[in-house]
Design a binder for this molecule. Sequence first.
Ligand SMILES: [Zn+2]
Length: 256
Amino acid sequence: MFIDTHAHFDICMADGYTEENLLLKMKESNVEYSVQIGVDRNDFLLTSEFASRHENVFFTLGIHPSSSFEDDDIACLENMVSENKNSRLIGVGETGLDYHWMEHEKNIQIDLFEKQIDIAVKNDLAVIVHSRDAMDDTIAVLKNMHPEKVIIHCFSGNPEEAEMLAGMGYFISFAGNLTYKKADNLHEAVKRVPVDNLLFETDCPYLAPVPERGKKNRPDFVVYTYRFAAEMRNMDVGKLCETVKNNFSRLISKQL
Ligand SMILES: [Zn+2]
C-alpha cells in the first residue's frame, strides 16, 4: 500500500487527466491515499471539495511563495482552515520560500511563510514546506518558529541538510526527481534520512519518475519512487510502505 503525500489533482485535470481516471489508476496500482495540495486562494474551495468527494484523498490549504495574493488572503486562509476542521484537512501549505522564481521579495515571502506556520501551529496541522534555492532561510525560519509537524516537500537540498531537518523531527518527502540519474545528492540523502522521517510524493503533474519521466505525472506513479528508494536503502519495498504509512499516520495523528 502506497501513499502519495503531495499531488495537484486540479492541475493534473487541467492538463488533460480526468478525475475518474486519476482515482482509478491509484486503485489499480495500490496507491491507497493521496493529498490534494492547495497553492492559493483561488483553489481553497475546489481543493476542499475535491477531497470531500474522495474518501482516500486528504487536503491542505495554503499560499505558495510564487502565487500572487492579496492582503486579506491570510485572513481568508485562517477562516477556511477553521471551517474545515474535522474534515480531511491535514496541513497548511504549500508555503515556504522560492528564491528561484522570486515572484515576491524575500522579506515578503518570509512574512507569508511565518504567518502560515502560525496558522498551522494554532490548528495543530502540519506545515507543507516548499523550498527552492532558499534552504538556509527556510531552516532559519523553521528554527525560529519551531513548528512540530513539518513536511519538507519535494526535498531538493543536500544530504547534510536532509539529516539536519530530520534531526529537527521533520518529515523529508522525496518526489520523482529522486529517480533521475544525475540526482546524486538526493540518492545520498534518501539513504541518510532515518526511515521514520521518510515520506514520498509525486508533486503531480510535475516531475514524473523514471520510467515515466517526460510524461504528465499522476499519483499512481509514486510507486516507482518507493521502489527506487527501497533499492537505494537495500530494503524491502513492502516494509518501506508499511513504515511510511506509520510515519504519515503519526503526522496526521490518525492511524490509517
Ligand atoms: Zn506542489
